[in-house]
Ligand binder design. Structure first.
Ligand code: COA
Length: 285
């Protein structure tokens, strides 16, 4: 197995591999240019006898923290150890680059993805339930306008750290499909693409849709129940204006939090009683 950064000329073969994944619903074509040109991290090809058989993305999230995503192995070559080989390459790269923690998320039914991590020392750092709310359903009116946060102060950090998402999510926060430990740095990074709104020391962490009909995301909501309701209604109306198709949320395994969203029209992605995604974490040292 050989590894090298993907090149523009690999695009056709790489997207053909992605097209075999998730019944053709794959997203690699949407991020191809961005990932290829990103300076932090590596979009890595796996070759066997010169043939592209798979690839994956190593993304540096912050100091000492990497995220793996976009692993795609050619369908007819799955189960031959290529995915595990790529994972070992990334863990080795993390060590060389001075990265302490490597994480990725896997669907709980993705045995190959989970096994290759568990067999290489990963721990399960979190379990998440995926819910989404279609925006064609009626949305309660919202008159209270929260304040948009542009700077993370120690008080804001402290308030957000009390969010049930953080408390019951072992300190992790989700930013779209990536999970990071809550910190000053991760919140500052978050507001580069996402938005934070505040009302009476309650907070909602929200990411707008990247294109019409795409998902908008809620990463965390906190404050008194009344404040959470106001923040949620305001955000649902905002995402409607921004032409999101629906609003997605990854909820840690804490039943009252799941109930909160269910009661407000959020529908489970999978079996609501079981987590949809596992967060896998490697300590590299
Ligand atoms: C998930 C994926 C990247 C794994 O790559 P792969 O080359 O098929 O996996 P490997 O052959 O290296 O096997 C990985 C591990 O899981 C085990 N495994 C492989 N296929 C398995 C299966 N169908 N069921 C259970 N375990 C399996 C292997 O024993 C191996 O463990 P080991 O290396 O410790 O022995 C690949 O199957 C793929 O591209 N799937 C579609 C896209 C995807 O799911 N991407 C990952 C998103 S998190």
């Amino acid at each position: 197995m050989q590894f090298r950064p993907l090149k523009p000329e690999d695009k056709e073969a790489a997207l053909a591999i992605a097209a075999e994944t998730w019944d053709g619903e794959d997203y690699i074509h949407l991020v191809w240019d961005e990932w290829l040109n990103e300076e932090d991290g590596e979009f890595t090809a796996v070759l066997i006898n010169g043939e592209l058989v798979g690839y994956g993305k190593f993304t540096l999230l912050g100091p000492g923290e990497a995220w793996l995503h976009g692993a795609r192995i050619k369908k007819e070559r799955r189960g031959e150890g290529i995915g595990s080989g790529l994972l070992e390459y990334f863990l080795e790269k993390a060590k060389k680059d001075g990265v302490d923690v490597v994480r990725y998320a896997a669907h709980s039914s993705n045995e190959a993805s989970i096994n290759m991590a568990r067999n290489r020392g990963a721990r399960i750092a979190g379990k998440y339930h995926l819910f989404s709310r279609p925006l064609n359903a009626p949305t309660p009116e919202s008159k209270t306008v929260p304040r948009r946060i542009t700077e993370i102060t120690p008080q804001i950090m402290e308030d957000i750290s009390r969010s049930p998402f953080i408390k019951y999510g072992n300190g992790y926060m989700a930013a779209n499909w990536q999970f990071r430990h809550l910190s000053q740095n991760s919140l500052e990074k978050y507001i580069e693409k996402g938005q934070i709104y505040s009302l009476h020391r309650g907070y909602i962490l929200y990411t707008p849709p990247s294109s019409p009909n795409d998902f908008a995301y809620i990463s965390s909501i906190s404050g008194s129940l009344e404040v959470q309701n106001l923040l949620l209604n305001w955000t649902l109306n905002l995402s409607k204006k921004q032409k999101a198709g629906s609003v997605m949320v990854k909820i840690p395994s804490y039943p009252p939090l799941i109930q909160f969203f269910k009661r407000r029209g959020f529908l489970p992605w999978g079996k609501a009683t079981e987590p949809d995604f596992l967060l896998l974490e490697f300590s590299v040292s």
